[in-house]
Design a protein around this ligand. Structure first.
Ligand code: AMP
Length: 430
């Protein structure tokens, strides 16, 4: 199947070809024709699946098909994203794919001055990409008008809820026309997501593609048990010993990210940190330096790393395991992209074993553990981790989507509630 078969216009096909995309990805094959028909969708897909083009291309086509109102151009499509980086990336993608259309794309997010954003909104916008907090600021200052929105996209809805944006989102929704097309994307599934989907979507088509960790057999996952105080030393050793050129390292806290970045820099490794307390300019600079190879190690918190699009990232290190097991799936989804092999390494100390248990239960998989000689964990509990018959607690029943969703089920068109349909699907898998 080609992009042409999906019903995209020649202007979009040209832009897609220039990106070097020859074939649509599974989510694109399912989402593009459905969105072009004007239907609502609930898509469970993660970063790395090609989801951004999956909703941006048909959205641009729908906007391009109808001419903007004469005079001032108020936004006709709104894409909400959880983080500034993701907003910037989605708007860059929209500009790239829409380069042969005369549509105006603007992006608004916090952490930078509001003046330039007001200016571009005044000039007129067709497609607006925004983070919820800053969009609310604009709504309160009456510098944005959302009364003409025809298409709403909630990208990474689960993450927006995890980040506490639900109240902001509800306030934004209240400003939108009720007759509109709504596209909801979420990597995981929970009761809150179900409730939001039920209130927002009208007879949605359900689209699911395999999550990164199962789809990507490319990602080799390994756990190195190690004492907490020796983690930094082990990491520096591994980077140098294996001569890793580009490695993304996750810490749990902003403070931890800063401290680790400073220590690694002292070890002679070119390192930058990216987290919520950094200015937008510093975050963008760190990311660009990392992409260009000027920085070898990028230390990030989960929030800051969300949606980062770094092609062919070979190594991801969990310096600390995340508290939320789903974050592990998001983290390792940074590597093993586009068919390239990737390696996800977790440095785990004894206080983190319960977190590791939760992750393994979510993955339904026991991860390979390898003690690195010279960095053996010292306590007997840590050594016990190496025993193959370690007693495991009973798998937790989760109402979140397990990362074992079959690869390409057909989108369903029935108008039962999204919750019931997904719930049934999960029950069948269990
Ligand atoms: P996303 O899941 O939207 O974050 O996309 C992940 C990466 O896949 C991005 O770098 C896109 O440029 C790339 N991509 C999207 N669609 C395709 C395609 N059909 N073929 C090859 N690469 C693609």
């Amino acid at each position: 199947m080609t992009f042409r078969d999906l019903g995209l216009s020649s202007d979009l096909l040209r832009a897609v070809a220039e990106q070097g995309y020859t074939q649509p990805t599974p989510i694109q094959r399912q989402a593009i024709p459905t969105i072009l028909l004007g239907q609502d969708i609930f898509a469970s897909a993660q970063t790395g699946t090609g989801k951004t083009a999956g909703f941006t291309l048909p959205l641009l086509q729908r906007l391009g098909n109808t001419s903007p109102s004469q005079g001032h151009r108020t936004p006709r499509a709104l894409i909400l994203t959880p983080t500034r980086e993701l907003a910037a990336q989605v708007s860059d993608s929209a500009k790239t794919y829409g380069k042969y259309l005369s549509l105006r794309v603007a992006v608004i997010y916090g952490g930078i001055g509001i003046g330039q954003q007001i200016h571009s909104l005044r000039r007129g916008v067709d497609l607006l990409v925004a983070t919820p907090g800053r969009l609310l600021d604009h709504l309160e200052q009456k510098t944005v008008d959302l009364s003409q929105i025809e298409i709403l996209v909630l990208d990474e809805s689960d993450r927006m809820l995890d980040m506490g944006f639900i109240h902001d989102i509800r306030k934004i929704l209240a400003k939108l026309p009720s007759s509109r097309q709504t596209l909801m994307f979420s990597a995981t599934y929970s009761k809150t997501i179900q409730q939001l989907a039920n209130t927002l979507l009208k007879s949605p088509s359900l689209i699911e593609v395999a999550c990164r960790n199962t789809a990507s057999e490319q990602v080799e996952q390994v756990v190195h048990p190690v004492a907490r105080e020796r983690k930094r030393e082990l990491l520096a050793y591994m980077i140098s010993f294996h001569n890793w050129k580009q490695v993304l390292v996750f810490t749990r806290t902003k403070y931890g990210a800063n401290r680790l970045a400073e220590q690694l820099a002292k070890d002679g490794l070119k390192t930058a940190a990216i987290h919520g307390n950094k200015t937008q300019a510093a975050r963008t600079r760190a990311l660009n330096d990392f992409k260009q190879g000027k920085v070898r190690v990028l230390v990030a918190t989960d929030v800051a790393s969300r949606g980062l699009d770094i092609e062919q990232l070979p190594h991801v290190v969990n310096f600390e395991l995340p508290n939320v097991p789903e974050d592990y799936v998001h983290r390792i989804g940074r590597t093993g992209r586009a068919g390239q092999p990737g390696r996800a390494v977790s440095l785990v100390c004894k206080d983190e074993y319960s977190l590791l248990d939760n992750i393994e239960q979510l993955l339904n998989q026991t991860l390979v553990k390898k003690v690195i000689s010279g960095y053996e964990p010292i306590s007997p509990v840590e050594l016990e981790l190496e025993q193959p018959n370690r007693k495991r607690s009973k798998p937790r029943r989760s109402n979140r989507a397990k990362p074992q969703i079959p690869s390409e089920p057909k989108p369903t068109q029935k108008s039962t509630s999204v919750g019931r349909r997904i719930q049934k699907k999960l029950e069948r898998q269990n």
